[in-house]
Design a protein. Structure first.
Length: 304
């Protein structure tokens, strides 16, 4: 049975008429204006999962956006990171809204991240645990100028080294953004050596991809070719949370999304999340949410 969201690639998104610049179906910058922004045609309350990383830069006005069924109200000079496992719906803009939506294909993002030795784990964690970052006017203008340079280079199709220039500008934008996030949160998170940054990034990538079906620390450690103990030590020292807690959080997010689908039964959801039976799923969900899956589903239905 189909899930209650649409999964789109960047190529799929380009079929909709929007004010954007695109490079090789791997990088897109959408300029959003409250008066002129076109609705791409998605139905109300239909959740979208974009198979890419999204960064919203709000420069002026207000935007309302629902991520994983939690509605955010965002305003001037704000940065929002959406990883590819999140579902998004119901964009609403104020008439004076002005902002940018940067979309980066997953492999391109990984290439930049893995080749940027100075990116501390603070940035990677911010994508997962602190998606919203408030900016001052100087920071907002700095990031906007970075995006404008990327746009200009996307138009330079005759340049012999266009790809290198675009990737350098994109890397610069991410490094500037990372510095803002890191400086704002450095008292909360200890930076790790580069090798640990790469390990953390790869773990989160694996978790996003496999959390529905793989629930054990040993699986992720095996995929990373390290011991479960070493992975646990890295994650604990960095985030204060165990690998099992990271897995449970990702699994709960998926469970809540699926439980909001009226067409899926509890048993079907338990199967989709690779629990041995409905009872095991119920115990897991109640332990982390405080209510049973049935009660959560009923509560959501009543709120609708």
């Amino acid at each position: 049975m189909e899930e209650s969201f649409l999964r789109l690639s960047i190529a799929d998104l380009l079929r909709f008429k929007m004010n954007l610049k695109s490079y090789q179906d791997k990088l897109v910058i959408v300029r959003m204006d409250g008066n002129n922004h076109r609705n791409p045609g998605f139905k109300e309350d239909v959740s979208i999962r974009l198979d890419a990383f999204s960064i919203f830069l709000v420069r002026q006005g207000d935007i309302e956006i629902t991520i994983d069924d939690f509605t955010y109200h965002l305003s001037d000079n704000l940065l929002l990171n959406i990883m590819d496992m999140h579902s998004v719906k119901n964009f609403r803009f104020s008439s004076d809204f002005r902002g940018y939506h940067l979309i980066i294909e997953r492999n391109l993002f990984s290439e930049i991240m893995l080749n940027s030795r100075r990116m501390p784990a603070a940035y990677i964690a911010s994508l997962h645990t602190r998606p919203i970052q408030h900016l001052d006017e100087e920071e907002g203008l700095l990031l906007e100028n970075c995006l404008c340079r990327i746009e200009r280079n996307i138009d330079r199709t005759e340049h012999a080294w266009q790809r290198d220039i675009i990737l350098n500008e994109l890397r610069g934008f991410l490094l500037e953004m990372n510095n803002i996030v890191y400086q704002a949160n450095r008292h909360k998170v200890n930076p790790n050596p580069p090798a640990k940054d790469v390990l953390l990034f790869l773990f989160i990538q694996l978790l996003n991809k496999h959390c529905r079906t793989e629930h054990s620390v040993s699986f992720y450690a095996g995929e990373l070719c390290i011991t479960p103990e070493y992975l646990s030590r890295i994650m604990k020292s960095f985030s204060g949370r165990t690998v099992n807690q990271w897995i449970s959080e990702a699994l709960m997010r998926e469970a809540e999304i699926l439980l909001r689908n009226p067409d899926l039964s509890i048993q079907q959801i338990a199967d989709m999340l690779n629990f041995s039976d409905q009872s095991s799923f119920g115990k897991f969900f109640k332990k982390h949410r405080g209510v049973s899956p049935v009660a959560f589903k009923r509560q959501y239905t009543e709120e609708k």
